[in-house]
Design a protein around this ligand. Structure first.
Ligand SMILES: Cc1cc2nc3c(=O)[nH]c(=O)nc-3n(C[C@H](O)[C@H](O)[C@H](O)COP(=O)(O)O)c2cc1C
Length: 385
């Protein structure tokens, strides 16, 4: 039974002790700062070598009680004795034939609307400022028309030295191959001055999407055929469901430039499409969205398959993405993977890029600072895996 006292043991005004302490500490701090300004104006205090010390000490006393914690992330050994605070930039990373300033990838998301144009513009600005790479959302609308090209046309913003990729679905690739029009992809690469194409393979999403396509061939066959037909680099990804070990093995055998996980655990397009579909579809397929593989599982699959395939593994670059929540996940997973990798995020970038460039900028800045901190003080606990 619902017990209001249990929910709000400290009364409605102070629903959680931690919240109350934080607010009170903030109010006190503002008050003390005001007093300090008045005293300084009246020459009551001289210049202090540690002007925030008193406030800080006061905060420490107020906040210590709510900072009691019982969980330590078992993925890492914390090693405080072996490094100073990070002073330098991250080491540049060679990936997709270019040099990135940070091992971060902006996952393929959008294009084709006014809002998408703003989002892509902000994402492209972030690539340029932070020296990272990006995939565009599906460029299907550009295969037969240039009407919406301005939503995608950001090579000049990204600059020539960073990876910038186009994107189409496996169903469109199959159609182009059927109608012997694969050269349209080459035209797209030239039109957008992109480095290559990402093919997204999303059979569950298409199945559940009310206006979804049906694919007739095994995606790995269409992709193998594409690799024989074109010269530009090709990356293959899912869209948030990830993939199992045999699919990973099939892709590792191909001369792909990279595999982008788009793993399960973050944005889930099966769920998105279920929410858009009719009641009977929703009733039949609720158990589809939970299917798939997390990025952690997929790292394991790749390591196992690289061992098993040996020389037969040709593709050796991985974008670890899908449900990667932050720099700590990215740092851990890159360290666990036994081949060249960077990590990617979709939704966390989308919401900031939609809000403003400043919001996106602050987020990326904090993630890169976090990565530096992790590199300085966290070692990987491999036993944990
Ligand atoms: C709004 C939105 C649109 C997306 N559109 C595409 C797309 O057109 N092509 C594609 O390959 N993936 C698309 N994705 C999937 C992302 O690339 C990514 O794989 C997925 O969001 C999982 O990453 P996340 O958990 O970090 O969001 C889209 C994701 C979002 C959030």
């Amino acid at each position: 039974m619902y017990n209001i006292k249990q929910e709000y043991p400290h009364g409605f005004l102070f629903p959680r002790p931690s919240f109350t302490f934080v607010i009170l500490a903030k109010l006190k701090r503002v008050h003390r700062q005001k007093q300090r300004v008045i005293k300084k104006k009246n020459n009551i205090i001289s210049e202090d070598i540690d002007p925030t010390a008193a406030d800080r000490k006061q905060d420490h006393i107020s906040l210590a009680g709510v900072s009691q914690i019982g969980f330590s992330d078992p993925r890492f050994f914390y090693e405080p004795m072996l490094s100073g605070h990070p002073q330098d930039e991250l080491e540049p990373v060679s990936f997709l034939g270019k040099t990135l300033k940070a091992p971060i990838w902006i996952s393929s998301m959008t294009g084709g609307t006014e809002l998408a144009r703003k989002i892509n513009h902000n994402l492209a600005l972030a690539c340029a400022e932070f020296g990272i790479g990006m995939g565009l959302g599906s460029c299907r609308s550009l295969l037969y028309s240039n009407e919406r090209i301005a939503d995608f046309d950001f090579r000049k913003v990204v600059g020539p030295h960073l990876p910038f990729y186009g994107n189409i679905g496996i169903a469109q690739l199959e159609e182009l191959q059927e109608s012997k029009e694969t050269e349209r992809l080459q035209e797209l690469v030239e039109k957008l001055q992109i480095d290559g194409m990402i093919i997204h393979v999303n059979p569950l999403q298409e199945w559940l999407q009310p206006e979804g396509d049906r694919i007739k061939r095994a995606p790995v066959d269409s992709i193998t055929e594409l690799l024989d037909q074109v010269e530009f680099p090709v990356i293959v990804k899912e869209v948030g469901q990830g993939m199992g070990p045999e699919s990973i093995a099939a892709l590792l055998r191909l001369p792909l430039t990279a595999i982008d996980f788009a793993a399960h655990g973050g944005t889930n397009f099966a769920k998105v499409e279920l929410l858009r579909s009719q009641e009977e579809v929703q009733d039949t397929y609720p158990q589809i969205a939970p299917l798939g593989h997390s990025a952690t599982q997929m790292v394991d699959f790749v390591n196992t398959m690289l061992d098993r395939l040996g020389e037969a593994a040709i593709c050796k670059q991985i974008i670890i993405s899908g449900g990667v929540k932050d720099f700590l996940d990215g740092y851990y997973l890159m360290n666990m993977l036994n081949c060249s990798s960077i990590y990617g995020q979709g939704y966390p970038f989308l919401i900031r890029a939609k809000e403003s460039y400043e919001a996106l900028r602050q987020y990326l800045d904090s993630q890169i600072e976090g990565l530096k901190l992790a590199k300085a003080f966290l070692h990987i606990n491999e036993q944990q895996a």
